[in-house]
Design a protein around this ligand. Sequence first.
Ligand code: GLA
Length: 413
Amino acid sequence: MNSAASPASPATVELSAAPGRSEAAERAAQLFEESFGYEPDGVWSAPGRVNIIGEHVDYQDGFCLPMAISHRCFAAAARTPTDRLRVRSAQDETVLDIDARTLTPEAVTGWPAYVAGVLWALRSRISGASTRGMDIMIDGQVPLGAGLSSSAALECASAEAIEALLTLSTEPLDRVRAAITAETDFAGASTGGLDQSASVLSREGHALFLDCRDFSTRPVPWDLASQGLALLITDTRAEHSHVDGEYTARRADSERAAEALGVPTLRDAEAADPAALQTLLSRIGDEVVRRRAHHVITEIQRVKDFDALLAAGSVREHVAELGALLNASHDSLREDYEVTVPHLDVAVDAARAAGAHGARMTGGGFGGSTIALVEADQAEQVASAISTAFAEQGFEAPVFFLALPSEGAGQDR
Ligand code: GLA
């Protein structure tokens, strides 16, 4: 037992929803005014995400099926007749006040790097602008460290605000790319583009079929509520440790695997059936690298299978097969890719035992959240079972949300 943990009580399970979007945008505008002393030009926001299936495949040109959640990050902002970029947040006392013309990755650290990095990433487009001064107030709802892409929401809300303030007329995909550049080249964190694509390009009521080779997308109907189903998110509250190093290591393993197979990316390493896959994989000498490749190749196939089932009928009609694919995804991430931790496995096992159609970790792993596809009227019961399992393990109480497929980034007011 970990004595520092506060065991969960199964009776206190609450399925919390994010505060309404228009009220939250209003609040962000007020916070801006209180902080900067004048009214913002507008408020923009971008959501967090869950990935339904297609994990650790984006950086190998694979397919993913994420959806935006109702928790968003808001950016109230105004252009100023200066060259200063001033950024503040309702959640943190750190402030940024820097000459926007001389931004360099070394000059900004911590969360403001995700905002400044977007301006920096868009620099070639704004080279002609006379000034680029702006004030930005951030108000985030996406839980931090929960694997629900709070940083992508921050970048993408910033991208919407900055693009509008500087009238850059970018396409949504340009903003996705600016957000990715901000994270990888400015903030120095690895990412494969899944999170930013989901945050900008998702549509309400839909999941997003994403081809990570060219970032082309297609909305896929994902209306669980009308079918009596729900996607339960469990924020396991597991501490992320060594996340960046492990993520980089997995990427490196998958690159080694592609090289051993003589293909540009593992997306190109298709096998007709499991026997053909085993023959293909036998060309990889290193046992660990071989398992990493097995995950990526089979996960890409699972996304295609999942998508085909959704094209062939409703979630309800195929709920057992869809659930089985979610389960297979988690098992592969646990055994072959080794990115799960006990909190994730306990949440998934408890959800399955309590009657979920399928359950898996979502996001990068090593902590963060799980999802479970459940009957809507059993969501609380499944959540309660997870809480009980956590209490038995001496884990801190988890937090539950329902994943409601929400609209991607945009202007609020
Ligand atoms: C993190 C990264 C994404 C993706 C996932 C795993 O969320 O930011 O780009 O690689 O992990 O699917």
